[in-house]
Design a protein around this ligand. Structure first.
Ligand code: ATP
Ligand code: MG
Length: 559
């Protein structure tokens, strides 16, 4: 096999440089550090593919670290879903770690910092502290508690830890520089009191560390070599390094923080807080609602792990933020399903077609290919009879020259079956079409090689035999938001841009072979799109989710 040599992205270039200068290959270690406060989304998938992808590329371990430092928002349910999603994407972590496992170590280091004069307990209100912080152009003011004695600091901090002081009264702050150009260096808070039960440590701790204090230290404890985060953390890097400097442990590797651009996707929002709001406000049904950009939502929608990995590879990693068009994600799933999804026939908006010259009671089982893209997928037989369902929009009584479907007096082919000719329509009193009558050419059977079969007709329609059809609920999804970037408007909340028609439920008919299809089986409904069997399917009722239409029609619809 020849391997295509790809150019290295900027992160791989950094690693290659480091390997030349100051790291051995054995020292490389990465991590993916989700906070278990929600389900993972496609943005996280980018970070997962980056970190675990580097692990695969360099043969280096990758830890899964739960950044579980805020008991107010974190739950075991989220921990479980995160693990499930990463495994589903096809990656394995080296160690399952929790920042909460390091609470004691972090506490011990804080005690040392207090003793060394690097941390103090501040007892002002958060409003006063915010005022003293200054502005980017004005230095801050020292807190009057900055010069507290070591003994008093130790005493208060222990009381905070035990829950003997009230919430919101004291915090532990790092003593750095209230005049620093970097606002984050102006004595950042390391701990706050929270008298809350933690999903893993229970009531052991009544103080919880802040992100900046916990994150780099966790990287250090695990001896992660390269710690990747999104661009919002550029300014945090100085603090990350400062904390590593004060705990100063010799002969151990200091991790290195590098930032990359987060993924923003058009027509959706990408923050767990906002996604949680969509769930809690019942705008969607659940975290795994197929309209959600969560990994579990995409899975339920019918996305494959390969398509998401391909998407991440295609967008790459960059140093500058941008918005990726959701149609790229759709392109990736279409491409994958085109290769693997069996072709079947399903009619979403059925109208009855009667072949008047086809013998009553006759049925034929016609052989048809399962996937023209994959010969090994073989063939199957589908039943044909006098009465069929076709798509309502595939018929027009009077049609212009551009209408390549069925109309009166015109011929079309029924996919894998015969050529038919429209004869007349039967309507109800409101003019609604009840039945279309047609005749068929019995010598025109597909694949028979006869002159009649080979003659050219304008179009080919999909169909399902009425007698054999299986009813199915089909869920058609559209974009959840009707503007490209719903969360960048200065005046309006993203909730004002919800597309009210993001879900349409229809009852259609599918060919009988689909009866008994298992949850998450994927099919191409010919001429329509790709569909995934939903978990709401029961023995009596098939439910399909439309993953994506066969072609991108979004632009056209909105012109
Ligand atoms: P959110 O705002 O959605 O909660 P987060 O960054 O707070 O996102 P974490 O659970 O803290 O979520 O993130 C875990 C990892 O995933 C981090 O390393 C973070 O940088 C990365 N990540 C999160 N969102 C994105 C995104 N949109 N694109 C790329 N990486 C992301
Ligand atoms: Mg976060």
């Amino acid at each position: 096999m020849t391997e295509v040599k790809k150019s290295l992205n900027f992160i791989e270039q950094i690693i290659e440089e480091d390997l030349k200068e100051n790291y051995s290959k054995e020292q490389l270690k990465f991590r993916f550090p989700p906070e278990p406060n929600g389900y993972l989304h496609i943005g996280h998938a980018k970070s997962i593919c980056l970190n675990f992808g580097l692990g695969v590329k360099y043969g280096a371990p990758v830890n899964l670290r739960f950044d579980d430092t805020n008991p107010i928002k974190e739950e075991q349910e989220f921990v479980d879903s995160i693990k499930e999603d990463i495994l589903w994407l096809g990656f394995k972590w080296e160690k399952e770690c929790y920042a909460s496992d390091y609470f004691q170590q972090l506490y011990d280091w804080s005690i040392q910092m207090i003793k060394d004069g690097y941390a103090y307990v501040d007892s002002q209100t958060s409003a006063v502290m915010a005022e003293q912080k200054g502005t980017p152009t004005q230095p801050g003011i020292d807190s009057p508690f900055r010069s507290r004695s070591v003994e008093e600091n130790l005493d208060l901090f222990e009381k905070m830890k035990n829950g003997e002081t009230e919430e919101g009264v004291h915090v532990l702050r790092a003593k750095i520089d209230m005049a620093s150009k970097n606002m984050l260096m102006r004595d950042p808070v390391m701990y706050r009191s929270l008298h809350k039960k933690h999903h893993r440590t229970g009531n052991d701790w009544m103080i919880y560390p802040m992100y900046d204090w916990a994150h780099g230290q966790s990287d250090f404890i695990e001896q992660v070599s390269h710690s990747f985060c999104t661009l919002e953390f550029v300014m945090h890097r100085e603090l990350y390094n400062w904390f590593l400097g004060v705990i100063d442990i010799k002969d151990q590797l200091n991790p290195k923080q590098t930032e990359f651009a987060r993924l923003n996707l058009s027509y959706t929002v990408m923050s767990k807080r906002k996604l949680a709001e969509l769930v809690n406000n019942k705008i969607v049904n659940s975290w795994d609602d197929p309209r959600m950009p969560t990994i579990s939502g995409l899975r339920r929608r019918g996305y494959t792990p390969a398509s998401i990995r391909k998407f991440a590879e295609t967008i790459g990693v960059a140093k500058r933020d941008n918005i990726i068009d959701v149609s790229l994600l759709e392109f990736c799933i279409r491409e994958d399903l085109n290769k693997i999804a069996p072709r079947v026939m399903g009619v979403l908006d059925p109208v009855k077609l009667v072949i008047t010259n086809y013998p009553d009671g006759k049925e034929e089982w016609l052989e048809t290919e399962n996937n023209p893209e994959d010969e090994s997928a073989g063939t199957r037989e589908i039943p044909f009879s006098k009465e069929l369902y076709i798509e309502r929009e595939d018929f027009k009584e009077e049609a212009n020259r551009k209408f390549f479907r069925l109309s009166i007096g015109k011929e079309v082919r029924l996919k894998s079956a015969y050529i038919i000719k429209g004869e007349k329509v039967i309507k109800d009193e409101n003019g609604e079409i009840l039945e279309i009558h047609c005749t068929y050419d019995s010598k025109s059977k597909s694949g028979s090689g006869t002159e009649e079969a080979l003659r050219k007709v304008k179009g080919t329609l999909h169909w399902v035999s009425v007698k054999h059809a299986v009813e199915a609920e089909i869920r058609l999804y559209d974009r959840l938001f009707n503007v490209e970037s719903p969360d960048t408007d200065k005046e309006k909340s993203y909730l004002e841009f919800i597309n009210p028609d993001s879900l349409q439920i229809v009852n259609g008919y599918v060919e009988p072979g689909l009866k008994g299809a298992g949850v998450s089986e994927k099919f191409q409904f010919q001429r329509i799109g790709y569909f995934n069997v939903d978990k709401d399917t029961t023995e009596d009722k098939l439910v399909f989710n439309r993953t994506v239409a066969l072609r991108d029609s979004w632009g056209k619809q909105n012109q």
